[in-house]
Ligand binder design. Structure first.
Ligand code: SF4
Ligand code: SF4
Length: 395
């Protein structure tokens, strides 16, 4: 495992961080504690010391706290977690939510504390109006918060303004070789690093699309560059090539994924990619852009839909219909969307344009228009009669 120094705290952070949003879950959507415990223990044993969770990651803080406490690992790792800022309506809410988080994590302090999805100045001014700056100062002076930062999904311009609006210690941005001009982008990464902030990277694999979901043509290009490296390893190494990147988070929910990422991190130092490899990645981006039409990362923030539509599954099937084949996309659409609930109309055509989902999407996807595109491509004239038969068979 390689480590990089956080410029503000001088903490030595593992370049691979454990993203706890995707802890393994069972069929009832509860975290599988046995699997999670094994993964966390193996991660720590192999040198990962940065664990990223959030109040809003349903059960993730509690699971992480339980494992770290059971194995007396609290002092061996850095915990990053996030304040659900939309839930903060009064000054007292900051303390109330923070204390809940400490309890979930079974700890007395948070190493890296973030304003969760702070994505515009209007929201920051609202929090300042509630007294967030005074609250942060108090928590830092008591040692309950060690480093303060924000995670970001807004536009490039607002990112610069937010960086200048407060004396942050670190920031967390979505970044990968496809999103160089999206959200904070490369310019935002450089700006944050120039200001002396540690930069934590989320969505390095774009919700898995740059790993198992990479179009065949793109996989071929990567294989020619180096047949021993997987697409996921390429994505991570492209990030670690940049000295401004401090930690790359990966949501690992299988032991193989964890081992693959740890192997990729073994020798990943700044400047590790050759000029030919950079050119190869540029060609991969071109192939990817032709295949993936809707930039959904599968984060589920837009769910639940009151019509019972599985929004990310709709987009995943639609994208697959371009990246792999129309038939593969349709197969996925029928199994994961159309036939998922025999008692509900759950296809894209059930969208009533209520707009509940759109403001919640960190990728700013025009969900309603995209639903219409999904309906047109994935629901041919015979779709509904076929689905009726499948549902009858399933019920
Ligand atoms: S706009 Fe459509 S997809 Fe979005 S929540 Fe409403 S019904 Fe569901
Ligand atoms: S549509 Fe947006 S909010 Fe919903 S799963 Fe995709 S990226 Fe996440």
């Amino acid at each position: 495992m390689q480590y990089r120094i956080d410029p503000k705290s001088k903490n030595k952070l593992s370049i691979l961080g454990f993203g706890c949003m995707r802890f393994p879950r069972n069929l009832a959507a509860r975290i599988d504690m046995a699997k999670t415990e094994q993964l966390v223990l193996e991660a720590v044993e192999k040198g990962i010391n940065y664990f990223d969770t959030a109040y809003l990651y349903f059960g993730s803080e509690e699971a992480l706290g339980e494992v770290l406490n059971k194995h007396k690992l609290r002092e061996s790792v850095y915990i990053a977690t996030k304040l659900p800022i939309k839930k903060c309506r009064t000054y007292d809410d900051f303390d109330r939510l923070f204390n809940e988080q400490l309890k979930h994590l079974q700890t007395g302090y948070i190493d890296y504390f973030l304003m969760h999805a702070l994505s515009d100045m209007t929201e920051w001014k609202r929090l300042c109006g509630l007294g967030v700056e005074k609250w942060i100062a108090e928590k830092k002076s008591s040692g309950q918060i060690r480093q303060i930062g924000f995670s970001y999904h807004g536009s490039h311009d607002e990112f610069g303004m937010l960086l200048d609006a407060y004396d942050w210690d670190f920031t967390q941005i979505q970044y990968n070789y496809v999103n160089t001009h999206y959200q904070a982008g490369t310019a935002g990464l450089l700006r944050a690093a120039e200001k002396g902030l540690a930069v934590i990277i989320m969505e390095p694999l774009l919700g898995g699309k740059l790993a198992s979901g990479l179009p065949a043509g793109a996989v071929e290009i990567l294989k020619k560059l180096n047949p021993r490296l997987t697409p996921a390893a390429w994505s991570l190494r492209w990030l670690w090539d940049q000295p401004e990147v401090t930690v790359v988070l990966s949501g690992m929910n299988e032991a193989e994924q964890l081992q693959e990422n740890i192997a990729a991190a073994a020798d990943a130092v700044p400047g590790l990619l050759t000029a030919a490899e950079h050119e190869g990645i540029k060609s991969v981006v071109e192939v990817f852009r032709e295949s993936y039409k809707i930039p959904c990362t599968g984060c589920n923030y837009c769910m639940p839909c009151p019509q019972g539509i599985n929004i990310p599954a709709c987009f995943s099937s639609y994208n697959m219909s371009y990246a792999v084949s129309w038939f593969s996309g349709l197969q996925q659409y029928i199994t994961s969307v159309g036939a998922a609930d025999p008692h509900k109309e759950a296809g894209a055509s059930a969208c009533i344009k209520c707009r509940k989902c759109e403001p919640l999407c960190p990728q700013h996807i025009p969900i309603i228009n995209s639903m219409e595109a999904v309906r047109q491509r994935m629901e041919p004239f015979w779709y509904k009669p076929v689905i009726k038969i499948v549902r009858k068979f399933m019920s």
